[in-house]
Ligand binder design. Structure first.
Ligand SMILES: [Zn+2]
Length: 74
């Protein structure tokens, strides 16, 4: 079929309307929107997780600091 394009990400062919031309270090490549969206979602999840962990670490550090301050007051 002429409207099928090879997707470098899936190593498979997808219909032309599902493909996006992306520019990478090695040049222009066709990649399907499914893999782009999946990567975006993964990154968002990772960032959300990173934010949560750093917020917890900060809260933990604050709690430790408070505890130390309370002890040294005596
Ligand atoms: Zn694909």
């Amino acid at each position: 079929m002429s409207n099928m394009i090879f997707c470098y990400h899936c190593h498979a062919q997808h219909p032309r309307e599902q493909m996006r031309l992306v520019v990478s270090k090695t040049g222009k490549r066709w990649r399907c929107i499914m893999s782009i969206e999946a990567a975006k979602k993964t990154r968002a999840e990772r960032e959300a997780f990173g934010r949560k962990v750093s917020a917890e670490n900060k809260a933990d550090a604050r709690a430790r600091l408070k505890a130390r301050t309370a002890v040294s007051a005596f």
